[in-house]
Design a protein around this ligand. Sequence first.
Ligand code: V55
Ligand code: FE
Length: 523
Amino acid sequence: MTDQKTEIDRRSFVAGALGAAAGMGGLLAQNAQAQPPEGREIGTTAGGAIPPEMRRPTRLYRLEADVHDCEITGKVPSDLNGAFYRVGPDAQYPLHPRDIPFDGEGHVSMFRIKNGRVDYKSRMVRNERYLANDKAGKQLFPMYRNPSMDDPSAKGLSRSTANTHIINHRNYLLALKEDSPPAAMDLLTLETKVPTYTFDGQLPSKTFTAHPKLDSVTGNMVAFGYEAEGFGSKTVSIFEFTPQGKLVWNAKVQVPYVGMLHDFAVTEKHIVLYVIPLAMDQKQMDSGGPHWSWDNTLPTYFGFVRRGGDGKDVQFIKGPTRSATHIMGTFDDGKKLFVDVEMSMSNPFPFMPMHDGSRWDPVAGSSHITRLTVDLSKKRPSAYDIEQLYPHVGALPRQDDRYNTVAYRYGFLPCPDPEARPGTGGACYARFDHQTRKATLFNAGTESSLAECCFAPRSATAPEGSGYLMGVATRNTEGGRADLVILDAEHLNDGPVATVHLPMRAVGQIHGWWVPEAQLPKA
Ligand code: V55
Ligand code: FE
């Protein structure tokens, strides 16, 4: 895509679910199957070019399923025991026609894997919002993160959809949306136990990120909330809980402007907050639209602050207009701080409005794994370095999550076949070895979409990257029926060691999370 940026190429780029849709397309692909073929346009900025898998479904789904002892091709490895959880939006009642696909109540699913057998279960998150909607028999929260559109009866309730990510903490499965506190569910039954979970009143923020990190040494959960002191607030509250749920650190910092702080990086010594020009847009909300628009005139800010301190040492380094949403991994070597992100030149989401009314650009919106570097030996670094690491176009990077806060070698990414013409090469998972800068691939073929993948170590003490990579494949020629694909993470190109077949579509997925057997309650 370097030399021929013609309109026709841009169209095929989008139609092939490349651009930002590589990865992002896979994650929402299951939803696409719920809509009639004519679909419906969401937003206006892509000029009619929003691919079907990036649109919000027009029909409700909400099918809560139990499939006991799923049909399997191949053999589920005897050392893979635990549960693979996924969550995504699944509107309980119709949302506003102009709403975006990041909205919709959370539907959690679980592949419970034990002794070679797999059970599938899915349940809607029955949090405050769900219960209020259910009581009213209609949607009380029709627009993404815009409370001015809410039904008056919903005032004061948590707006959380709990549709973005899930993580186990204490004996709970926490379902996360970054505008609110989590919902706490039972790890085995998926019953919602605490509709709005505030860590027994300790949560020092009105919000909680969808991307907490686990400290690689202590096992503590490091997390943050932005818009922490209420709607539109510039305060970011950063905090740390022990595995037993005790708050052991909190600091508050102010960001230069309110941009989407979707993910963050945590090293042994630092917290990194990366502010991007997907900025809160009050005017857009006043006219009934969603929370964010992409503002080309804004810079990025690479923010960093010492862990364990009072937050007063925070520094924000101004940088060029870019987008970065997810972190693959991060580390500091004492002198330099490295953060590997999925980075695009502009708005990665075709459904997020452009502030200046321009068209969404699928080429500028496509992301690559990119290393941001800050020289900490300077007292006040004035710039950060940007280096694209690989040619692969993709979103939703992952790592071996035991390495969240320390130096890491391997990363994983859903991406289209990097060697093929757009739209012709099939959906892949790549494994990157940062030491050799080489990638290996699993290609699921052209008739499937792949959701975000997740790594499960072979054992608690296995070397980094030794274990299994799994993810849901949507079979587009079978009405969107889904399979869980399980790969040997060190031999992706050998193809699946096991494929777990569902008889129907799986619910849509934004993110997924692996919980090993030892961290699950005894049945
Ligand atoms: C993302 C997903 C969201 C959201 C903000 O980058 C960012 C993914 C599913 O909701 O609200
Ligand atoms: Fe995310």
